[in-house]
Design a protein around this ligand. Structure first.
Ligand code: ATP
Ligand code: MG
Length: 409
């Protein structure tokens, strides 16, 4: 048995957690990393430093690999297409990946597939034209509306709630519109989230009762394994908690969410892990309504619970899927699993935080990403499993451990 090679672009926590599972499965992970001291480089022996859009570096990365995959969707489309034409197994394919990279392309595709989603339109042109489009959209669908940068967004960067018409002139919405209208504004970590922006996605604001995620993996030969649908909680636009399975979710809605996930995976030939973020509108005595928010084609924060709460984690499954190996069971191993993110707080925690967190709850599964501390940065997460009727207690316990790791307790 020779170890198959998976080449991954990106050196953050997702590739790092792929490494943990690659080691167990005897898979050789080769990661193209941004820096030699990043999250993945610290644990992956074969981790050349290079840029995701450096053709030479990516070609060398993919040489001899069973698959080329990604831990983020911000890839150079032309380069991926050239590699695919050269015979590299690019997974997911460039066509599929576009739906995770470009929210307008994704919205069009969901319409073609007839899947439920917020009303939307594309606003482009000069400042007056963009404002007129937004005003016209709001006249039809009501305020508030959501503005999104089609590409380059993450963790809520690139998403803006606009409450009323006057907000289109001043403040951040006004700045965004003017930046887009002057053509090719680049966010570069600013509010536009990086990348050239020439149009805005305008969406109806869904008054959701909660957010869900449908997570599945699909292999090139068409096998699919779906994990239970989870509830996700976001704070400041960033995922902060996930509850698996989504507590008290109407079983018909859970089935529907899984059907939507499978439909997207199959229709758009997605390979590897696919996360479908959904809004749920639940009203007593009425069927739950679901709306597709966005797609991710890689392990996703909503699936970190699978490391400790499912037979096969999303990281192991992603590797199996992109190599077209048989998939593992996606069955949960406990009645409930709760994941709470560790996000850098206002002060750096003391030296003893990890030891105190371990002591506070010996059942807590602590996952740290090896990143240096920074306010607002995702640094790790904590998983806890328990009985289905104990979700709130698990949540409190996981939060307590995270509070210690954050230096808040
Ligand atoms: N149409 C909408 N209606 C209501 N809330 C929305 C809408 N679109 C986005 N949101 C809120 O903003 C959050 C972030 O939006 P979205 O998922 O599109 O952005 P992102 O930055 O790409 O996300 P991620 O953090 O998943 O990378 C959503 O999780 C949701 O809470
Ligand atoms: Mg999102």
């Amino acid at each position: 048995m020779s170890a198959p090679i998976v080449a991954v672009i990106g050196g953050g926590q997702l590739a790092r957690m792929m490494q943990e599972e690659a080691s167990a499965l005897g898979i050789h992970l080769r990661a193209l990393v941004e820096a030699p001291d990043g999250s993945t480089a610290l644990v992956t022996v074969d981790s050349p430093v290079g840029a995701a859009d450096d053709a030479g570096a990516v070609r060398a990365l993919a040489a001899g690999a069973g698959a080329l995959t990604f831990e983020h969707e911000h890839q150079d489309d032309a380069l991926l297409r050239a590699l695919a034409a050269e015979g590299v197994r690019v997974r997911p394919s460039p066509d599929a990946l576009l739906l995770a990279r470009d929210k307008i392309a994704m919205r069009r595709a969901m319409d073609v597939a007839g899947l439920p989603q917020p009303a939307w339109t594309e606003a482009t042109g000069d400042g007056a034209a963009i404002r007129a489009t937004v005003r016209g959209f709001a006249a039809e669908h009501g305020w508030p509306v959501i503005l999104k940068t089609p590409r380059g967004g993450y963790d809520g960067h690139g998403v803006l709630l606009v409450r009323q018409e006057s907000d289109l002139e001043a403040g951040r919405a006004g700045q965004w519109i003017d930046a887009v209208a002057t053509g090719g504004a680049t966010g570069g970590g600013g509010s536009l989230g990086g990348g050239a922006v020439t149009s805005l996605l305008v969406e109806q604001a869904i008054p959701f009762t909660r957010e869900l995620a449908a997570l599945q993996a699909r292999s090139p030969s068409g096998r699919i394994a779906s994990w239970p649908v989870v509830e996700t909680i976001q704070a400041d636009g960033m995922c902060s908690e996930a509850l698996a399975p989504a507590p008290g979710l109407d079983p018909a809605a859970a089935d529907e969410a899984m059907r939507i996930g499978r439909e997207i995976a199959e229709r758009f030939d997605v390979t590897g892990v696919l996360a479908v973020e959904l809004f749920a509108v639940e009203a007593f005595g009425e069927p739950t309504r679901l709306f597709v928010n966005e797609l991710a084609m890689r392990p996703h924060n909503s699936g970190h619970w699978t490391q400790d709460g499912a037979v096969t984690s999303q990281f192991a499954q992603h590797l199996r899927a992109v190599l077209d190996l048989p998939l593992g069971s996606a069955e949960p191993t406990a009645g409930a699993c709760v994941m709470v993110n560790l996000i850098g707080g206002r002060h750096e925690p003391g030296e003893d935080a990890l030891a105190r967190a371990m002591a506070a709850d010996p059942e807590a599964r602590i996952h740290l990403y090896g990143k240096s501390w920074r306010t607002g940065r995702k640094l790790g997460h904590v998983n806890l499993v328990g009985p289905a009727d104990g979700v709130e207690a698990l949540r409190e316990r996981a939060r307590a451990v995270v509070a210690i790791l954050r230096g808040d307790a």
